[in-house]
Design a protein. Sequence first.
Length: 112
Amino acid sequence: MPDEIIHPNDVDQVKKAAPRLKYSVLLFVSFVMMAVAITYVWSHIQMTRLEYQIAEEMTRRDQLVEEQRKLKLEHATLKSPQRIESIAKNSLQMSYPERDQVIVVRGSEAVQ
């Protein structure tokens, strides 16, 4: 086979295409690296935001636990028999029944 003859215009075109290819690859790699960097920064921002949310929720939980403790104490105080008896005697003017006012119920019959 005879040697092919390369035209000088073809050589110039190949030389011009090589730098364009290098720049294209460099540009592509740059975009990929920027995408990776943006993803990395975004993930850290999200993580920081979530950490703040967790801290706020933990503070809220502590407040609710404290409120629950106070409400349990208030509930125990309000249902105390001594308090109820005091309100019945002082505010409602109630007293213990006399012996003849007590009716004992056994089964279906009433005994006085």
